[in-house]
Design a binder for this molecule. Structure first.
Ligand SMILES: *[C@@H]1O[C@H](CO)[C@@H](O)[C@H](O)[C@H]1NC(C)=O
Length: 280
């Protein structure tokens, strides 16, 4: 596990340069806990870091050395909480198939839409955009699950690094063009292995077909909005594929092995950065 952390710090060593200027577009909640560690470390090492966050958020208020730039939002904390409570409650409902899948899909679309409002708010704050533009950053570090960081990086034509657990719909393998033969790479939730029977392969293919559809639902707002601000028709893959590095917070100890690209770095150990001893 320490190997994972070591990797991040090797990547982030200022070493040859005098320290860069980094724009961080994080994701709220538990996602921020492990990213915060990296941001603090980067600051310690002499990089200038600006974290851009919405005025209403759960976990992101504390600052330690790095600069925080907030932007006004059009939702309340209560609306944010409600969308999330509904999402969690749907997971606990125990509905029979296919009602469970449909309910989960519906509540996920709602959560994605609610969180994407942050991005629309960011782009409607002219003052924030101007500040970001004038700051001339060297790169963007972002948790891209709700797409705002990727849209922003594309908007300012900055190189970007992803720091994340993973996308739905296999996007974190599809966007960097990892080889992904359906006969050998099991899809999420199928619980197949790399040795599949004919029918398991059929199942795998059907799940892969579904993946093409459901992310377009989750990211409908994001795709539409990004196309507007970037003034061209973008797809999810367009937004994601030019990421310079993918720092992925998981480990093949828990996942099926599969081919990945050289710019994908597995840093599952970082999840333990905020560890505490077990209570006796
Ligand atoms: C950033 O500012 C420069 C100089 O004022 C301007 O030419 C450019 O269009 C701005 N870029 C964006 C993405 O707003």
């Amino acid at each position: 596990l320490h190997l994972g952390c070591a990797w991040v710090f090797i990547l982030l060593l200022p070493g040859l340069s005098d320290g860069g200027k980094l724009l961080v577009v994080p994701m709220d909640g538990s996602h921020w806990l492990s990213m915060r560690k990296v941001v603090e470390k980067l600051t310690e090492r002499g990089h200038e870091v600006v974290v851009v966050i919405p005025e209403v958020s759960w976990q992101m208020q504390r600052t330690q050395g790095y600069t925080v730039k907030t932007y006004p939002v059009s939702y309340t904390l209560e609306e944010l909480n409600n969308a999330f409570y509904e999402y969690v409650a749907t997971h606990l409902k125990n509905l029979p198939f296919p009602m469970n899948a449909l309910a989960l899909y519906k509540t996920s679309v709602h959560v994605f839409r609610t969180f994407f409002i942050q991005c629309k708010n960011l782009f409607s704050s002219k003052e924030t955009l101007q500040y970001l533009n004038q700051s001339s950053f060297d790169a963007v570090l972002t948790d891209p699950i709700f797409m705002c960081g990727a849209t922003l990086a594309n908007y300012f034509s900055l190189p970007f690094v992803f720091f994340m657990r993973g996308f739905p719909c296999n996007l974190h393998y599809e966007a960097p063009q990892c080889p992904s033969p359906l006969s050998y790479t099991p899809r999420l939730f199928t619980f197949n292995s790399d040795h599949m029977t004919f029918f398991q392969r059929v199942e795998n293919a059907l799940v892969a077909l579904l993946e093409l559809v459901y992310c377009n639902g989750f990211y409908e707002d994001a795709i539409k909005f990004s196309s507007e601000v970037l003034q061209r028709d973008v797809s999810l893959i367009d937004l994601l594929h030019s990421a310079s590095i993918w720092l992925l917070r998981f480990d093949f100890v828990f996942e099926y092995v599969r081919p990945v690209m050289p710019n994908m770095v597995f840093i599952g150990g970082i999840n333990c950065a905020e560890m505490k001893p077990l209570s006796k």
